[in-house]
Design a protein around this ligand. Sequence first.
Ligand code: ADP
Ligand code: MG
Length: 562
Amino acid sequence: ARSDLAGSLRSLDGASYGRYKSLSGSWSVGGRRSGAELDPSTAVQLEVLRVQADPFAPPSRVRLTLSDAGIPADLVADPDRRRALAGFLLRGLRRALRGTPVHVDAGGPEVLDRTAGTVDSDGVVSVEVGVPFPGPKRRILGREAATLLAETLPAAAREALCWSSVDQAAARAFVETVEDAVALRAALAERGLVAFVADGAVLPRRSGVDDRPLDGATPFSGPSSLQVTLPTPHAGEVTGLGVPEGVTLIVGGGYHGKSTLLRAIEAGVYDHVPGDGREQVVTRPDAVKLRAEDGRAVIHDDVSAFVAHLPSGEPTDDFSTTNASGSTSQAASTVEAVEAGADVLLIDEDTSATNMMIRDARMQQLIATEPLVPFVERVRPLHAEHGVSTVLVMGGSGDYLGVADTVIMMDAYRASDVTARAHEIAAAGPSRTVEHTGFPAVTPRVVDPASLDPTAKGKRRVTARGADKLSFGEDDIDLSAVEQITDRSQVAGIGRALALLGDHVLDGTITLAEGLDLLDAELDRRGLEALLDGRSEDLARPRRHEIAAALNRLRSMRLRRT
Ligand code: ADP
Ligand code: MG
């Protein structure tokens, strides 16, 4: 590693912008000087990974490595602790660099594996940040760059990443919060629960674009009949609402907190930072939010469970369209989720296609030739035959009262158990005629790996465009209806995962679900390294369900007929 980064930058002052490229490689920076010598114990390894071509290009990428950060061994003992600790350190680094142009991809309230910050099992801390190299008029601003790269950045790294200077109690609390959430989530399946919402949790957010907890919110409280107590390694016994397997309905008047509860359950597949309010709201890892999404593409889906026939005469067990309706899009997303291994479906009336969800007694009388099989007829067999539970927000129709195992009412943000009363009302009728029974098995699909080629005009192109769009080769994948995606870096991770599926995992004989199993195993084994493949980029780990959702919306995806 070279040692005089500041001097090199100053000597480049005024040179053409492209000469920044000469900085590529490793540097040792920021060691306190004892005499004239760099003190290696306080030096930070700085690696210039990528230099932007011009001042307007995406920022250059710089890695900082602290091999002697002094992290206690117990905090790096397993992958969850390392992920949590990295999440804590990265957030501290982002704070330390606030007001500078340096970009730290620390993420939102979810604690995900991120390439921006890692701690390995030896306690080596490594972060990767985006640094816009200063150069108005395409000339190198050497002094300014020297201050930024050789002083500000390493000083912030030492302050935010060395154990001796961080708030150690806060760091431990962060790791413990994540570990408790992991333990709570792991306890769900054996207790027959799909989700757990701790009493006292704060569910509402400040706004649709502000993920922080709502000030002055009513803390969650659940009914005693559904109360469960779960052990955690650090917070002791935690009491709250256990949402059981089967069919659960969330009912209540408009604006009483139904959607807020469901959204907290959706988010419960991820761990949350201390102070978020949802630290102890956890959901089974394979819970998938579904919604209507008219206009989406559907590629060879077996939607026969929900669409008996089509007016065009097309087969419904091999259904494709470039422009699905609200109901067919939701039917497609439902069977796709089951195909990818979802064991819990989360549905909100606010974002559902009414004709996909319900069909009441009077409409049954009027329309004899309805091709749509409403979800109300499939929701029970979906659980009984396929082990897939559903949590459904439904304030507007009573058709589900009779098919629900559990009915939770939200009243002024408080949850109560109204199952018995709901069943009484359902038994008193008027009732609809049940026309369909069972849930036919969905034909597994075998994706042609050649169709997952992100090469556009000869160049590989996989680019996240915010949190809801992915450019993949010639295609733009619209992910705005895939609601459990957290941020742009997770979209980037999804893009890389699709490419990996096409390059190395799918072989034209295994099913999509088998491919996702292999991909998950690879990610567990190698971490995000498996997705990076030698490149360097801000990625966050995606779930298999969001990877599958992107694949299902990739218009150029083809199936291999076997
Ligand atoms: P619903 O789906 O029943 O119509 P929402 O979940 O959309 O109701 O909630 C309505 C409003 O109430 C939202 O603005 C939400 O932020 C707010 N809200 C939800 N839960 C709480 C709570 N526990 N405390 C305070 N406000 C809440
Ligand atoms: Mg609502």
